[in-house]
Design a binder for this molecule. Structure first.
Ligand SMILES: [Zn+2]
Ligand SMILES: [Zn+2]
Length: 246
């Protein structure tokens, strides 16, 4: 009894220094709902402190909110890690925090890192240096996330900066990725023509929204029994009738 669900699984909040200040969890969930996106994931840079409020609002609004984080590896490659629960992503966050580069965020240079609650009230500023790389290699990061139960997707592989292909020029065989994300700047077809090495992987496309108007600009449709991470993992593997709908 499955059906098609539209998903945008790469959305930044006001916790990301580069995220617009109006990207509060409440505003994001409502914008997604307005645009008919039923599954979203909050994926801030190297932190997941705005995930829980977004999930609470999602429950009220009827939007599934996955608990994500976009972690920057030592090689400055961005990796999307997706969990069902805030507890799951918080376990990875602990490890990421232990491996952040030293120093504090410079708000004037990078922007503020605002932590909010489900009422959209500011509860604090994250002062860690979230914008930079971590000291986790791609392999360590992916293996650690997988062990914690994450779905792992390499971000915007077609981009020159902060991507697997941009930094390494290839997709390492020993990095166990569920899928590759194509940025909104190109299409899956164009990306496959430019980078033939990505053809063997499931390809997804999400908005990487840093502002409200960008939410859902690009999205991926999945055929699922229910809107859960487990089902999405099955869809990425093409199991039991689940799949990506192109
Ligand atoms: Zn990124
Ligand atoms: Zn991003």
């Amino acid at each position: 009894m499955g059906r098609v669900y539209r998903a945008d699984l790469h959305i930044h909040t006001c916790l990301s220094p580069c995220g617009s200040l109006d990207m509060s969890p409440r505003a994001i969930v409502r914008e997604a709902k307005k645009k008919g996106i039923e599954i979203i994931a909050i994926c801030d840079h190297n932190s997941a402190e705005n995930v829980l409020p977004a999930q609470k609002i999602g429950e009220v609004e009827g939007v599934t909110v996955l608990a994500g984080m976009e972690v920057a590896s030592q090689e400055e490659v961005h990796i999307l890690t997706l969990f069902d629960t805030a507890e799951g992503v918080n376990r990875l966050q602990e490890i990421v925090y232990e491996h952040l580069l030293p120093g504090e965020n410079d708000e004037d240079t990078f922007g503020p890192q605002v932590v909010v609650n489900e009422e959209d009230e500011v509860v604090g500023m994250n002062t860690r240096l979230l914008i930079g790389a971590t000291e986790l290699s791609i392999n360590t990061l992916v293996d650690t996330a997988l062990k914690l139960g994450s779905v792992v997707i390499a971000s915007h592989v077609d981009r020159e900066s902060f991507s697997l292909l941009g930094h390494l020029g290839f997709i390492p065989d020993d990095v166990r990725l569920h899928a590759l994300e194509i940025s909104p700047h190109t299409t899956r077809e164009q990306a496959k023509a430019t980078f033939p090495q990505i053809s063997g992987y499931p390809l997804v496309t999400f908005s990487d929204a840093h502002s409200l108007e960008d939410i859902g600009k690009t999205s991926t449709c999945f055929f699922l029994e229910e809107p859960t991470l487990r089902e999405i993992a099955m869809a990425l593997r093409g199991e039991k009738g689940r799949g990506i709908v192109y």
